[in-house]
Design a protein around this ligand. Sequence first.
Ligand SMILES: NC(=O)c1ccc[n+]([C@@H]2O[C@H](COP(=O)([O-])OP(=O)(O)OC[C@H]3O[C@@H](n4cnc5c(N)ncnc54)[C@H](OP(=O)(O)O)[C@@H]3O)[C@@H](O)[C@H]2O)c1
Length: 266
Amino acid sequence: MAGIEGAGEVVAVGVGVTGLEPGARIVGVAIAGGAFAEYIVLPAVAVVPLPAGWADEQALGLVVSWSTALAALKPLGGLAAGQTVLIHAAAGGTGQAAVKLAKHYGATVIAAASPGKHEVVRALGADHVIDSRGGDIVAEVLALTGGAGADLVLESVGGTALEAGLAAAKRVTGRVVVYGLAGGEAAITDWDLVYKHQMHLIGLNIGVLAQAVPQVFGEVMGEMFRLLAAGVLGPGQPATYELAEGPRALPELETRATVGKLALLP
Ligand SMILES: NC(=O)c1ccc[n+]([C@@H]2O[C@H](COP(=O)([O-])OP(=O)(O)OC[C@H]3O[C@@H](n4cnc5c(N)ncnc54)[C@H](OP(=O)(O)O)[C@@H]3O)[C@@H](O)[C@H]2O)c1
């Protein structure tokens, strides 16, 4: 969702807030939005310190996109070294983090992206790249996995991609983590799960995860900061726009023209 993540300097803190002072530089998320602005009100529990030496915009993704990728791969997706993961929208803000993390954890990565973005995902370490616009994703994943299917599928596209993700997952032990529906809603029935796609179907909303199982979110963020310290994840390189150019950035998202994160500079 656009406009929920913001980074910058704390100008004031609410009554009862501890551990945060005006002047601190943070990145955080407001689920109801508000980041298309010079000032944003963020819940104190939803901010983390900006890594030292990073520009504000370089940290965009840390609390939403990167944590979603990490949660999808590890606590929810149970990815282990040697397994194969299919990552939809691999050149996007969340997808790029997922490719880097999955390679770090020793997985074989099959990345789906529009043709003009293939070099980006290859450079991140993807082992195989599939055309998300014209390719037959199921046939290609089955061919690349000797007919077995992927151990894990990260599904954020929705529409017909949901069905493709289910069909591309390994029978019985495969997991499909669904966290987005940029391409529209799709339905799946109990018949599908019993007779057609026998695998683990897992829904992920990082905001709900943080509220419902804060210990899991804490572990995800703890792992994230370890990976930052180890240099596995570095500063993001978002495409930047002046705040007033926001109306130009949104159609680019809609037409799938973007690569990675977009940042509006206040
Ligand atoms: N549940 C959560 O907690 C959570 C957290 C973060 C993000 N998300 C969701 O995850 C998805 C990815 O987030 P992101 O920040 O990585 O987005 P992004 O950078 O904008 O990436 C979106 C990419 O999805 C692909 N796509 C395929 N079909 C599409 C369609 N019909 N319409 C639009 N895009 C399509 C496009 O890549 P190609 O053209 O290369 O195929 C597009 O560039 C979004 O749907 C977002 O809402 C959910």
